[in-house]
Design a protein around this ligand. Structure first.
Ligand code: NAD
Length: 254
């Protein structure tokens, strides 16, 4: 059977659509694997904590979970991020569409990245709109000072990151119960529509509306790279069950 390399060689406009499984080889847990966040025990399930209502009503509890489980690691891009950046640089790949919020595609050198669910690297004050980096959020969680030398939680000792104006800071990530950015969605849809090869990797395809983007793909080749079966397996022309970093690193870009 014709493999991944032949399909990549033939393709002219590849689009990659990925999820949390792309970053597990960088040490960031996904949600739905056996050792993912959904199978660990918390007072509330992650969908409850990562909901906009929870953020606005119980920000201290939200940030305890968020700092510990969502941004509590120093991760570097892995072989999957790197190969995708290489494919883009070679003019083979037009865009990465990601559900991830870790910024690792850009860290690997990818330029056209549609971040459907936002990014933990961007954070903004709900009062004055000023942007803050991830170090400010981490500093608040640890009860430390921010870059300006002031306590990052405004001196309240509750771990909630605050701006110098006193406003509470919110991560620029799409929480459950919030809508996706329209421009990002439209850009992703256009890239998917125009692709002749779509690689879908490291996603359970369980989170909507992101997973619904697959229906815009009209090209001849859909490759699924996921350790577990997904609801779209029967639409794929090739399925690979290995680790995505290992699978992608075998590709020669030419
Ligand atoms: P998910 O946890 O629902 O599914 C991940 C899938 O990836 C699983 O089916 C698993 O079998 C597979 N997988 C794990 N490691 C893999 C590997 N090395 N190679 C191949 N497959 C692998 O993730 P989702 O579908 O992205 O949905 C979860 C939501 O939470 C998304 O919005 C996601 O962005 C967000 N999230 C993001 C991060 C991150 O930014 N790194 C981490 C956790 C969750």
């Amino acid at each position: 059977m014709e493999g991944l390399q032949e399909r990549i060689d033939r393709a002219k406009r590849i689009v990659f659509f990925g999820g949390a499984g792309v970053s597990t080889e960088s040490g960031i847990p996904d949600f739905r694997s056996v050792d993912g966040l959904y199978n660990q025990k918390y007072d509330y399930p992650p969908e409850t904590i990562l909901h906009a209502d929870f953020f606005f009503h119980r920000p201290a509890e939200f940030y305890r979970f968020y700092c510990d489980k969502m941004i509590g690691f120093d991760a570097a891009p892995n072989a999957a991020h790197q190969k995708l950046a290489e494919l883009e640089a070679a003019g083979k790949l037009t865009a990465v569409v990601t559900q991830n919020i870790d910024g690792l595609h850009q860290a690997a050198g990818s330029r056209k990245v549609y971040e459907l669910h936002g990014s933990t690297l961007r954070n903004y004050c709900l009062r004055c709109g000023k942007f803050h980096d991830i170090d400010h959020i981490r500093a608040a969680g640890r009860g430390e000072a921010g870059a300006d030398g002031l306590p990052a939680d405004g001196g309240k000792g509750d771990g909630i990151p605050r701006c110098s104006c006193g406003g509470i800071i919110k991560p620029d990530v799409v929480l459950y119960g919030e809508g996706l950015d329209n421009d990002v969605m439209m850009g992703a849809i256009d890239a998917i529509r125009e692709a002749d090869l779509m690689i879908v990797g490291g996603t359970s395809l369980a989170v909507y509306p992101a997973a619904g983007l697959l229906r815009y793909f009209r090209g001849p080749e859909l490759i699924l790279m996921n350790r577990q079966p997904t609801p779209y397996d029967d639409r794929a022309t090739l399925i690979l069950r290995g680790k995505i970093g290992e699978e992608l690193s075998r590709i020669q870009v030419r």
